[in-house]
Design a protein around this ligand. Structure first.
Ligand code: ATP
Ligand code: MG
Ligand code: MG
Ligand code: MG
Length: 487
């Protein structure tokens, strides 16, 4: 039976209250006191200290609906049916209280009895050595063995979030959306070899149950936790999409409102309704997602900047404007999508309302600033691309990537992404060398009495540290100057 997002939020809390959980409100997207973590990327992040035993939770059982931001997924937004950068994670947690058996049984009960998902379409993956979990799924929940798959560490082992913390094996729940998905635009192509965990939207993962048994230290060493714990995370948008049988999460009742607004504004700006095809649809979804994630990030006080967390937000905003540009829109658009986001989510997330005026102003000025150079930047890019293609180059020159960055405000990752779409990599070594040269100039320049760095100077020199991954910041800096590649 189809549910709205609001109905699912209620159902989640109701179910876990019936299992004696305390409901807590969502924490900020800015992880409190954890400089090693870029953003709150999962429901367990605010509870790391409870799992580690460093702090005592207000209840041994907690349920939440947590705002999450995953920039690791930025580039697949619009390409898969299931990824957003911002999403809401439904979570239930046990701190030294219940363990595997209850976690599994309740996930099954909620899926089958409350959500009414067809049990014959639910597939389970377990960590390859976790015989205990297989036993419980099979004997207690009644899932036949042929629908239980053992998978390795890269999918069925969680954590830690940040440079250290709780971790352990996990079991995941997938719903089979049917073999036709394999042949669709976000499918793997081959229904015969497709299985849960494949890079395909057919078996859609909707819930991850983590059995926290270890604490991993900063050297990667595992230590048994004094008390085991449960950490689960289910995607709100994914479950609503599965129940409503929509093409992607972007057609669920709340996101589709933003998407409709996107289409309206594109029409208003260009004077005609854009043709609907795979490319424009992907662009609508990107704009939908980025409008939502920038609104939530800014409302939590994560402001555009040249380094660290703020850089990621700036990058989301600029990427959105690039996609808007491809749709023929060359004026600020995110600040006009923002009120729609506030009207959808403001009653559940009051910070959106409290910060509305401030966020509007920041969005607008950030958009205006980038748009002054975007059009010329895109022309430059086209020119550079034509040259590279004519030379049959496999590598896009670092010098040109640097010009796009330095003069036109293209985030490096945006250039990397554009290059990848054209079958090229970017000469990062050369880019890095020019960057260093720039920093050197800035250092000496800063000593000149009559020389002041412009406010939008692209780099602050003391803050660059090594790239460690989108969700992680290196120890020393708590900021990153650049983010290169994926992890
Ligand atoms: P996937 O393999 O599809 O990328 P994941 O294994 O990375 O998902 P988890 O880290 O296990 O996801 O997160 C728990 C749950 O949160 C997922 O089962 C899913 O329902 C939801 N989720 C994860 N990433 C996203 C995303 N980018 N957008 C929307 N929902 C997500
Ligand atoms: Mg993922
Ligand atoms: Mg997964
Ligand atoms: Mg998972």
């Amino acid at each position: 039976k189809a549910l709205t997002c609001a109905e699912l939020r209620k159902l989640w809390i109701e179910f876990f209250e019936s299992k004696k959980h305390l409901q807590l409100p969502s924490a900020s997207l800015l992880p409190a006191g954890d400089p090693t973590l870029l953003f709150t990327s999962a429901g367990m992040v605010p509870f790391k200290a409870y799992f580690e035993g460093a702090e005592t939770p207000p209840s041994p059982r907690i349920a939440t609906i947590q705002k999450c931001l995953r920039t690791t997924d930025l580039e697949v937004v619009g390409k898969t049916a299931r990824h957003c950068t911002f999403f809401e994670m439904l979570g239930n947690f046990s701190f030294g209280d219940y363990f595997k058996e209850e976690a599994i049984e309740w996930a099954w009960e909620f899926s089958v009895d409350w959500l009414k998902l067809d049990p014959k379409k639910i597939h389970i993956t377990v960590y390859e050595d976790d015989d205990e979990a297989i036993q419980i799924w099979n004997k207690k929940a009644g899932v036949p063995l042929e629908r239980i798959t053992r998978l390795g560490k890269d999918t069925n082992w969680w954590g830690p979030a940040g440079d250290s913390g709780p971790c352990g094996p996990c079991s995941e729940l997938y719903l089979d959306r049917g073999a036709h998905i394999c042949k669709g635009p976000t499918g793997c192509g081959d229904p015969d070899t497709c299985k849960p965990g494949s890079d395909c939207d057919r078996y859609l993962e909707y819930w991850n149950l983590v059995f926290n048994q270890f604490n991993q230290d900063t050297r990667g060493q595992l230590h048994p936790l004094p008390r085991t714990g449960i950490d689960t995370g289910a995607g709100l948008e994914r479950i609503v999409a599965l129940l409503g049988n929509t093409d992607t999460v972007y057609e669920t009742d709340e996101l589709v409102r933003i998407r409709t607004k996107v289409q309206e504004l594109v029409k208003e700006s260009t004077g005609k309704m854009p043709e609907i095809n795979d490319t424009t649809l992907a662009a609508f979804r990107v704009l939908t997602d980025h409008a939502r994630s920038s609104t939530f990030a800014l409302s939590d006080g994560i402001l555009p900047d040249n380094t660290g967390r703020g850089y990621v937000v700036r990058r989301i905003i600029r990427r959105a404007l690039l996609f808007a540009h491809h749709l023929g829109v060359n004026e600020p658009i995110l600040h006009r999508l923002h009120p729609e986001v506030v009207s959808i989510y403001g009653s559940f997330y009051p910070e959106l309302v409290a910060e509305q005026k401030k966020v509007h102003d920041i969005l607008l000025s950030e958009e205006q600033r980038f748009l002054t150079t975007l059009e010329t930047g895109v022309r430059k890019w086209d020119e550079y691309l034509a040259e590279a293609k004519a030379a049959k180059a496999k590598v896009f020159p670092g010098k040109q990537a640097f010009t796009l960055y330095d003069t036109f405000g293209f985030p490096l990752e945006m250039t990397i992404e554009l290059a990848e779409r054209n079958g090229m990599t970017v000469d990062l070594k050369e880019f890095e060398r020019l960057m260093e040269e720039q920093r050197e100039k800035a250092r000496t320049g800063a000593n000149w009495k009559d020389f002041k760095l412009p406010a939008d100077f692209p780099i602050s020199d003391e803050t660059r540290t090594e790239f460690v991954g989108y969700d992680t910041l290196s120890d020393e800096g708590a900021v990153i100057g650049m983010i290169i590649g994926d992890h």
